[in-house]
Design a protein around this ligand. Sequence first.
Ligand code: NI
Length: 162
Amino acid sequence: MPTPDLLDALLDSWDRNNRILVNVLRALPSGGLEARALPGHPTVAQLLTHMSHVRLVLVEENAPEAARPVPADEWAAETDPAIIARGLEDSAAAVRGAVRGRTAQGRMLDDRYDHPLLLLQHLIWHEGYHHGQIKLALQAAGTPLPDDVAGPLTWGVWMRRR
Ligand code: NI
């Protein structure tokens, strides 16, 4: 049965969103981190580090009690997938803590958004946008993630029942 606790369900959706990104990172073909959709566009590595960075900045500005250190470089061309994965996990936990804390306390965020949950919704939208760019970059580089590989790691995480 669906849980009546909407906060838990929303935080679960956030966890799934992050799991998808880490899944894609782990499934990248050789050289995938350096792929870009067009000359001058960010690489896959930079898109992933950017997403972590944006999360951490928004938490710092909006719920400093949940903040974690923000890396100096927003678009780091990190070459170690383990470091990128750790950044995603760490920043996802920061967002989770910020949104859970403020929602449970019935407190607005400090800087933006009409409700703490909008931080989650905004980030899921932002990250779906960049996820599409990652898929496009891999295609442009001639190393696409085939649908039969990507599907269960991405759409399936939303739709599959436990
Ligand atoms: Ni962005």
